[in-house]
Design a protein around this ligand. Sequence first.
Ligand code: GAL
Length: 686
Amino acid sequence: MSKNLTSKAFTLGVCYYPEHWDESLWADDFRRMKEMGFSIVRVGEFAWSIFEPEEGRFEFALFDRALDLAHAHGLQVIMGTPTATPPAWLTHKHPEVLNANQDGLLYQHGMRAHHNYNSPVYLDYCARIVRTMAEHYRDHPAIVGWQIDNELNCEIDVYYSESDHRAFRVWLQEKYGTLAKLNEAWGTVFWNQTYSEWDQVHLTRRTTANSPNPHLALDEKRFVSASAIRYAKVQADILREIAPHHWVTTNGLFGNLDSHRLTDEMLDFFSYDSYPLFYSIFGDGAEEEPLKDRKWSLNLSVVRDISENFCVMEQQAGPGGWVNRLQLPSPLPGQIRLWTYQSILHGADMILYFRWRTATVGTELYWHGINDYHNQPNRRIREITEIGAELKRIGERLVGRTYKAEVAMLDDYDNEWDAKLDTFYGNLRGQSTSAWFKQLQRRHIPMNRVKFRDTTTLEDLTRYRVLIYPHPAILTESRAKLLEAYAAQGGTLIFGARTGYKDETGRCYMMPFPGYAAALCGIHVEEFTLIAGEAKPAIVRMTGQVERTFEAIGFNEVLSVRSQSATVEAVYDSAYYAGTPALTRNRYGAGEVWYYGAAFSIAAVGAILDLLQLESPVVSWCAVPKQVELGVRMASDGSELVYLLNYAEEAMEIQLEHPCMELLTNEELHGTASIPAFGVMILERR
Ligand code: GAL
C-alpha cells in the first residue's frame, strides 16, 4: 500500500525564502501569491543559522513574522528542517560532522549537504534544532506539514567520514554476525582480501585500478540507504511526537536511497522535485529518438510507485543555472504549464514552483524563479497565473485519482545499485528502460513502474497484464517463485539479457542462465558475448507473423530452447551464432514469458509490442499523434479523465469519435480538434 497525499482541492504554491529578502517585500509577495492562486509556501529548509545563530541560542523572530504575515494573507506553510546546511559554527567546532571523500579528505563548509549521516554529534545537533523548531511551531496556525532536510543524497550519495566507516562495521556486524560470514559473502578469498579483525573493514577506499570488491560496493550502497533512512527517522520521530497534527514528507529522488522504505517507515507521502529541462544536461540528448522533457514522465512514474498521489515540492518555473554549472535555457512559452500538467497526470495533487523570485546572491543567482530580480510582471508570472486560475476552477476534479495502466516495468534497488559498479550488465538497463518507455509513450500505452521489494505480493503484480523486467542480474529463488505465480495465473512477463545469474550478494550462481528464471522462460543461455570491440551487434530476424530485422544491441546471448512450451520468435541472422534463437516465448500456466538475449532497442520493443497487440486504452474513440502523451486518471467511482499533453512546438490534431468535454476550456469537442504547441487537454467522454 503506498502512502498518499490526501486532499480535496488541488494545492498550488511556491518555495519562498523570506530570509533572502528585505522585509518590506514580504507583504507584496504574499499578496501576489494569493492573486496567482497559490495557497501554500515552503520555507526554512536552509535557514539553520537564522534559527540558531550560535550554538544553543535560538531565534524565531524573523520566521515568526514571515509566518504570521503568510497566515494573514491566507497562505499555509510547509516548514523545512534546515539540516541539509549545517552552520559554520557547528562544522568549525565539530569537523567530524562533515562528509569526506574516499581518501578521507573532508568536504568543507561553503556549499550544502556537506555533512555525513552517521556522526553521533551531528545527529544530536539535528535532533535539537528539529525539536526546538517543532516545539516553537507546533501551534502556529499557518503550518500544515514538514519537509525533512532537503533532497537526501542529492549533492552527493557516498559517505566516507570516520563515523561512516565505524557505523558501517556495526551495520555489517548486525547483518553478518561473524567475520567468517562477511568474508564468505564478499568472496574475500579472491585476491587475498580476507579480513581477520573488524577494524580492517572499511567502506570502499581508493584501490589500485580504482576497482573495489563488488560485493562490498553493493553492501556500501545498502548501508548508505540505511544511514539516510535512520538519519531522517531521528527527525521524523521528533516531529511525530511533538506535532502529530502535521504531515511529514521529504523531497527528491536520488541515488543509493530506498525511497520506498523511507516513505513507508516515516512519511505521510513522498515529494518530488521536477526539473524537466535537465534532459539537456543529464538527459538523453545523444540517444535514439530522444523524448527530452517528456522523459520526466518516466521519473514521475517512479514517484507514483512510492506515493500514488504525491507532492511536487519544486516544479521548474524558469531557466536554470548555478554560477558555474547546471545551466539551462528558458522554458518556452507554454512549457511551464505543460510540465505542471505532466506532474498532475502522473499523480501530483500538490505542486509548488521553485522559486518565488530569482536569488540576487549566491550559487544559484541564475536559477530563475517565477519573478525576476526586478520584480516586475513577466511572461512566467502570466503563465503561472493562468495555471492558478485553471486549477482553482477544476482542481477538485483532478485530485485523488489513480493512474490507469495495464503494463508495468519492474526494477529493484539491488540491481539498480549493483549495476552502478557492474557495467557488464549495468549499461543495458538505461538503454532498455528508455526503449520500452519511448515505444509505450509513442503508442499511447500507459505504463507504471513497480519496485520489486521483499514486501511485494502477488496481488501487486497481478494488477498488470504485462510486466517488463529488463535485466535483473540479481534474482533470488523466492522472487522467481513470485514471478512464476504471476505468469501461471495469466500474466505476460518479459526479460532481457543477463537475467538471473547473481544472488543477493552479487555472487554468480553455478547454474545455467537465466538461473531461477530458466524454468519460467523455458530456455538456457548457451553462450554469450558482450557487444564491444570486434563483437558487433548481430542482426535479429523475426520468424513469425511480424516480419522484421533489427540489431541485437549491447549483449548477445545464444538461447537454447529447453521446454516444449517455448517457441522461437526471432533468430540471429549474422555472426557465428546465425540461426540460433534470440527471442523466445514460453507458455507458462495461463500466461507467457518472453526472453530476449540482448538489450532492448526501440525496434526490438516495437516488434514485441506488435506481437502482443497492446494498444492505447482509448484506441476505439481517440486518435492522437505520437508527439502527444496520453494518460488516463481514474476516480474511485470508475470515472476517467484522459490527459493529452503536446510536447511539440507546433499544434497537433486529434480525432474524437465520441463527444467529449474538455475541462480546461469547458468546451464540448467532437471530431477533429487541435491541441496548440505545448498545449494540454483533459477530456471527459460524454
Ligand atoms: C533542487 C534543490 C533546490 C535548488 C534547485 C535548483 O535540487 O532542492 O534547493 O537548489 O534544485 O538548483
